[in-house]
Design a protein around this ligand. Sequence first.
Ligand SMILES: C[S@@+](CC[C@H](N)C(=O)[O-])C[C@H]1O[C@@H](n2cnc3c(N)ncnc32)[C@H](O)[C@@H]1O
Length: 227
Amino acid sequence: MGRVEGQELISLSDAKLRDVWERMQWENVRAPEAMTERGWYHILYREFLSGKRILDIGSGLAISGLTFMQDCPGSTFVFADIVETNLEIVKRISDILGLQNRASFHLIEDAASVGKLPGPFDVVMGLGSLHNAPAHIMEPELKALKAQLKPGGRWLQLAYPEHRWRRDGSPSFTEWGIMTDGPNTPWCEWVSMDSLLSMLGADDFDPVLYYEWHNREFNWLDLKKRG
Ligand SMILES: C[S@@+](CC[C@H](N)C(=O)[O-])C[C@H]1O[C@@H](n2cnc3c(N)ncnc32)[C@H](O)[C@@H]1O
């Protein structure tokens, strides 16, 4: 999902780009075997996300975000990422898939640019995107994202659990970044309900769901903002 892969994708024709993206969507979400990887949460949240205004933070190639757009009538999505090429690719794919009227795009440069997002949102989703920097660096961005969430709104996050980190031998988070997400990943730290609540403010959210799956490689955190 990084710059190199993005640069390769952006040079493809529309037909080839659609083909490559739909293959990733099939393998990650739509195939029967994908149900125990990422498919399950697309089924679980399909009805809930219909008609909602959603921020997909760290959208990458928006395998989940664009799938939700296809499956959830009336949903509108803002795709936000720190890598401009990723946003350009997602914009092209949303055009190709005919979803352009419900999608918009926002480059994240720092926590201040989060404040310029066109909120408030019913849902903020960060799927594999909010754990690639130390907690004290992520905290201002998380606080700015929290301000973009409506009272009663939901925070959905996909991350990696502490159990996986311990099983991997408790490496430094610099090493773990490379182990989990590949050679260009500078950092990866585990996220728990408690660590997330301590960054977001435990008095402002109620936990809705915590789930570890796929041999405890991933975890899912669903919280509701009080108000
Ligand atoms: C592993 S990809 C996840 C992509 C996508 N959410 C999905 O589920 O397929 C992580 C994405 O998060 C973006 N990212 C990393 N750190 C970020 C941050 N602090 N704020 C916003 N996006 C970030 C990266 O550029 C990358 O596109």
